[in-house]
Write a protein that binds this ligand. Structure first.
Ligand SMILES: O=P(O)(O)OC[C@H]1O[C@H](O[C@H]2O[C@H](CO)[C@@H](O)[C@H](O)[C@H]2O)[C@H](O)[C@@H](O)[C@@H]1O
Length: 232
């Protein structure tokens, strides 16, 4: 499956970089930088990630690479400033963060990611987080926050902002282009749903999905993207 006039919308973790135990260890596939450079020179391309734009500047040091961060909460380019798109105040929540065994908090400023990949007992960590969510329900509601599940993570972020909305916003910016959205996580499902009938959507890895097609792993993502580049 190839689009004739593509607009690339690519997730980062699990798509351009294999999943790693800790967020800071998730380095891009060795071919990712070259492939992205080649695509950027020919087509519009955005990385749509749950991470901060600033994180991507470290992981994908390609000046001018457009990035939508925080599942749609901010936008920027590598080497430039990130522009927040939705106001959020997490300050009242910070003194009440969960204390659960094996849970690590990633504070992104506009969202909090509660990671439990390193928990010795996953079920216990999940139960502890669920109980905490229940206890903080009123505060989360007052702050306009919701919990978004991802791979071994629960993210607290402003309600109603998702990658589907972000993908449609970008598509409007590039009329006549066919979106090619590639992602691996639950958080990419909003984009798969939003782009139904509008372009190509590819899920990386196993699991139920609303995407139209599937790629086995990060290696297969790079092989697929290379089909849009001139041969060696
Ligand atoms: O939208 P993405 O680019 O897929 O980002 C989603 C989240 O990715 C990061 O967490 C995930 O990847 C980590 C590294 O492989 C892994 O350790 C963790 O279990 C995953 O949930 C990142 O830390 C989050 O901020 C992103 O929202």
């Amino acid at each position: 499956m190839r689009a004739a006039n593509p607009l690339f919308l690519l997730d980062y973790d699990g798509t351009l970089a294999p999943i790693a135990p800790r967020p800071e260890e998730a380095l891009p596939h060795p071919e990712a930088l070259e492939v992205l450079k080649g695509l950027m020179a020919r087509y519009p391309l955005y990385v749509i990630t749950g991470r901060r734009v600033a994180d991507l500047a470290r992981l994908l040091p390609l000046p001018g690479l457009p990035v939508v961060g925080g599942h749609g909460l901010e936008e920027g380019v590598v080497g430039g400033e990130a522009r927040p798109l939705f106001p959020v105040d997490l300050a009242p929540l910070r003194p009440r963060l969960p204390v659960c065994p094996g849970v690590r908090v990633e504070d992104k400023g506009f969202a909090l990611a509660l990671h439990f990949r390193e928990a010795a007992d996953e079920a216990k960590a999940r139960a502890c987080l669920e109980a905490w969510l229940e206890a903080q329900g009123e505060l989360l509601e007052r702050l306009g926050l919701e919990a978004l599940p991802g791979k071994m993570v629960l993210e607290l972020k402003p309600k109603g902002v998702d990658k589907g909305q972000a993908a449609l916003r970008l598509l409007r910016r590039h009329p006549g282009r066919t979106p090619v959205y590639v992602g691996d996580d639950l958080t990419d499902e909003a984009a798969f749903r939003a782009l139904k009938g509008l372009g190509l959507t590819l899920k990386v890895g196993e699991g139920p999905t609303q995407a139209g097609g599937r790629l086995r792993d990060v290696e297969a993502v790079l092989d697929y993207l290379k089909t849009y580049l001139p041969g060696p």
